[in-house]
Ligand binder design. Sequence first.
Ligand code: NAD
Length: 275
Amino acid sequence: MLYTTLNNGIKMPLLGFGVYKLAEGEACMNAVKCAIEAGYRSIDTAALYENEKSVGQAIRTCGIPREEIFLTTKLGNPDQMNGNIMEAFDASLSKLGLDYVDLYLVHWPCAPYHISSWPIMEKILQSGKARAIGVSNYQPHHLDDIAQTSTVTPALNQIEMHPFFTQQSLRAYCRTHHIAPQSWSPLGGERPVQEQLFAAPAITRLAAKYNKTPAQIILRWNIEHGVITIPKSANSARIAENIDIFDFALTVDEVAAIDALNRDQRVGPDPDTHR
Ligand code: NAD
């Protein structure tokens, strides 16, 4: 596993396991345990996913010391807009059955609420119950807004990113401001976009060259960019496949060939309108 250092000095694995749409209960718990057994040390959940109980249970019972696992959860939009931010954070901790999270993110900007929510996120950081705070789906203008009054720069911005939506300018903005970019839907989300992505010649050519799958080439492309990524799967073979990307590297030209697949195509909602 490779790690990156966030702007407050804490270390975070470059590859993590996303748990969106893994149903609370056995399905989610087994998938998280399977991921931890396969070597993942970072789990990405959210209040929205309604599976924090199972994620917490898996972490508490997997046999790996808590401090070796990097756990992220997120503030839901309704709680952000109602101003119930501290309460929502405490509710997440209680569902997880843990006394701290490694990273707490604002899930969506929900403008203009991104401005009023950030000072409360800073209080959560001060409480010591979150080792880092950050945001998700923020555009540069959202980040500019909070920078006017913030005392803490978000450690990370979790954004949609895959070879059809490379987010080059948003990533450059994040780097300039010492905010780590993290990709969600790194494999292009669901079909049919994922099928088109996996069949793109720039991807299949490299998959053949390195004897890897299209998913592994795409995840490695994230690593070459230093982008933290969190693929999701409920399937144990794919969970293992997605972490088996640390025994090869792409060249600068190969990374550029994947970059060239960009067509500014979102598979998820637009952060300027999503609530
Ligand atoms: P993804 O790109 O990780 O995966 C999409 C689908 O690809 C999965 O349903 C799975 O069936 C399939 N898949 C996984 N590994 C595969 C493989 N090796 N070969 C073939 N198919 C494979 O998409 P995602 O789940 O949307 O995103 C990943 C994670 O990002 C989520 O679980 C969640 O934690 C996070 N996320 C965050 C936001 C946000 O707004 N912050 C939004 C969406 C997702």
